[in-house]
Design a protein around this ligand. Structure first.
Ligand code: AMP
Length: 115
């Protein structure tokens, strides 16, 4: 299930280039175009669902696959278990692409709370 008007569906289809760094049966990982840390990878489900909570409700296995791939990517990128997972859920808090995704950020010190 894809949405031709969705940026990440078009990346999945290969219509827009990306630097893919991993995948499993249900999820794909590629580097963010505007990295905010030495490691900044986006992990997305192959199915088009607008947000991660909606994905968890409708396709629980895909949500788990996103988390599993996030960990694998962090390890393969050399940051081990020291990474931040970010999900901007809703435009009010910064979500700009409405295809569920998780940011994997690592490789530098981080502060809390986030901005
Ligand atoms: P969000 O703002 O949480 O929805 O995250 C969307 C992310 O997609 C942003 O961090 C953008 O930098 C990233 N992005 C937008 N277009 C592309 C692209 N063509 N390839 C890779 N990342 C992208």
């Amino acid at each position: 299930m894809t949405d031709p008007s969705c940026l990440f569906c078009r990346i999945l289809a290969g219509a827009i280039p990306s630097e893919q760094v991993g995948q499993n049966d249900l999820a794909v990982a590629f580097r963010d175009l505007d990295p905010q840390a030495p490691t900044h990878v986006l992990v997305i489900p192959k199915v088009h669902v607008a947000t991660l909570p909606e994905l968890a409700a409708s396709h629980a296995e895909a949500a788990v696959a996103v988390l599993t791939l996030a960990r694998q990517v962090a390890i393969e990128d050399g940051v081990g278990d020291a990474y931040r997972l970010v999900c901007n859920n809703g435009s009010e808090v910064g979500q700009s692409v409405f295809h569920a995704h998780m940011h994997v950020l690592g490789g530098r010190a981080m502060t809390w709370p986030p901005g």
